[in-house]
Design a binder for this molecule. Structure first.
Ligand code: GRF
Length: 202
């Protein structure tokens, strides 16, 4: 299966996925794309010999015109799945529609709690005792969409947003490659807005 990964900067989730894919001949990372100039993640991907592209949102007058260009670029790589890995841009219908059931995101909270930004800070303010991350299919509503997998971490009394983010991130690096592995093996798919598994995600 062919995967295109979209990032915004650091790309540590992308790196975890690429490192997993290296051991597999049924997973091909067709391209890594960033919407920001000089992303650390893009430099790393290039060093790994992966095709990379920068499509800078600043060069487009409207969100739709950018999303159209991004859609066409991603389509040119003939991806089976599009993986949003720390891609910090809201995508419109124009992009989402052609990749229905093939577009996946990771969000750093246990959805439906804490959609949007600053999830770790908000989790601490709310005093929740567990927190985590969610991998889900993308639908046009932000951070909503059929949940594929979640990973849970404890919130400790001494945590600040950074220590909590780091704990969640180590789980993100496990759960996202695991989901990509399942997709590559056709073990999960989206039908009528429901996730169907041939085998539970562990
Ligand atoms: C991750 O925590 C992801 O869940 C969030 O942004 C962060 C991106 O990190 N959306 P990276 O770019 O994968 O290192």
């Amino acid at each position: 299966k062919r995967f295109v990964i979209l990032i915004s900067g650091r790309g540590s989730n992308m790196q975890a996925i690429v490192n997993m894919a290296k051991k597999r001949d049924d997973i091909h990372i067709a391209a890594v794309i960033s919407h920001k100039p000089n992303s650390v993640g893009l430099v790393w991907a290039k060093e790994q010999g992966i095709e990379t592209a920068e499509l800078l949102h600043k060069s487009y007058p409207t969100r739709e015109s950018y999303d159209e260009a991004l859609r066409d670029l991603v389509l040119s790589y003939q991806a089976d799945y599009v993986i949003l890995a720390g891609f910090m841009r809201i995508l419109t219908e124009v992009f989402i529609e052609p990749f229905k059931g093939r577009l996946i995101n990771i969000h750093p909270s246990l959805l439906p709690s804490f959609t949007g930004l600053d999830t770790h800070e908000r989790a601490i303010v709310e005093g929740v005792k567990v927190h985590g991350c969610t991998v889900h299919f993308v639908t046009p509503v932000l951070d909503v969409g059929p949940i594929i997998a979640q990973a849970i971490v404890p919130v400790h009394k001494k945590d600040d947003a950074d220590t909590l983010a780091a704990r969640v991130l180590t789980m993100e690096h496990q759960v996202y490659p695991a989901v990509v592995d399942y997709l590559a093996q056709d073990l999960l798919s989206l039908h009528n807005q429901q996730v169907e598994y041939k085998k539970p995600v562990t």
